[in-house]
Design a protein around this ligand. Structure first.
Ligand code: URA
Length: 204
C-alpha cells in the first residue's frame, strides 16, 4: 500500500511504510513548530498493536527524549494502562496530533494540526488499529465529527474508518489536576473507561 504524504505545498512524498512516514516526519518543516523543537516525536510502542492512543502534542520531556508520553502525564497513562494489564510497549501504539512540541508547551494551533494531519493519517493507515483512544478534547475535535463536550462523550465507542472503533477519554494531564478518586470523579470515570477498553481488546 502507498500513502501520499504532502510535506509542504511543493513537495509530495510517496510513503509506503511506517518507517518511511517517520523518516519524512524527521525532515518536516511544514509549520513553525520545526523552528523550536528539539526532536520530532513521531510515535512509540508496537506498530502492529490493535490499540492506538492519540494525544495532543509532545511535552517537554517527550521533546527532550523524542518519545511521546514519557513526562508526568505519560507516566500516569502508563499506570492506567498497567492497571488493566495493557503493556504500553507491546499492546499499544502511541502518537500525537502534532509531532513537535509547541513553544511554551501551549496548545497546538489549528493550522499546525492540519499540517501534521497527513502524518497521523499515515500512522493510522499503516498501524491499522482496531481500537483508537483519543486522549483529550483536541484529539476528539481533530478526528471525530462531534461537538459535545468530552465529559459527555468519554467512554463511548464511535465508528471510525476501516471498521475501527474510537473512544474519547479524559487527557491524563487533566487527571493530574484532579486528585479525587470518588465515584463520579474524572479519575473514577477513567477507571471505568480503561476497563471498557480492556473488555473491547479481549473481545477482538
Ligand atoms: N505527551 C504526549 O506525548 N502527548 C500529550 O498529549 C501529552 C504529553
Amino acid at each position: 500500500m502507498t500513502y501520499q504524504l504532502s510535506i509542504d505545498s511543493t513537495c509530495i512524498t510517496v510513503i509506503t511504510s511506517l518507517p518511511e512516514a517517520e523518516a519524512a516526519a524527521s525532515a518536516c518543516q511544514a509549520c513553525r513548530l520545526c523552528e523550536t523543537r528539539k526532536s520530532v516525536v513521531f510515535g512509540d510502542g508496537n506498530p502492529s498493536a490493535k490499540l492506538m492512543i492519540i494525544g495532543e502534542s509532545p511535552g517537554l520531556k517527550d521533546d527532550e527524549l523524542g518519545v511521546p508520553f514519557v513526562g508526568r502525564a505519560g507516566q500516569l497513562l502508563d499506570k492506567i494502562l498497567e492497571s488493566v494489564k495493557i503493556d504500553r510497549k507491546e499492546d499499544t501504539y502511541l502518537c500525537n496530533l502534532v509531532k513537535c512540541i509547541p513553544p511554551q508547551n501551549r496548545f497546538p494551533k489549528k493550522d499546525e494540526i492540519e499540517k501534521c494531519r497527513h502524518l497521523l493519517e499515515a500512522q493510522i493507515e499503516f498501524v491499522k488499529p482496531k481500537l483508537i483512544v483519543l486522549a483529550g478534547s483536541s484529539a476528539v475535535t481533530a478526528l471525530l465529527d462531534v461537538n459535545d463536550p468530552i465529559s459527555r462523550i468519554r467512554g463511548k465507542w464511535f465508528d471510525f474508518k476501516n471498521g475501527a472503533k474510537v473512544m474519547p477519554v479524559f487527557h491524563p494531564s487533566y487527571l493530574l489536576r484532579n486528585e479525587s478518586r470518588e465515584v463520579g470523579s474524572p479519575k473514577w470515570l477513567m477507571w471505568q473507561d480503561i476497563k471498557e477498553i480492556r473488555r473491547a481488546l479481549d473481545s477482538l
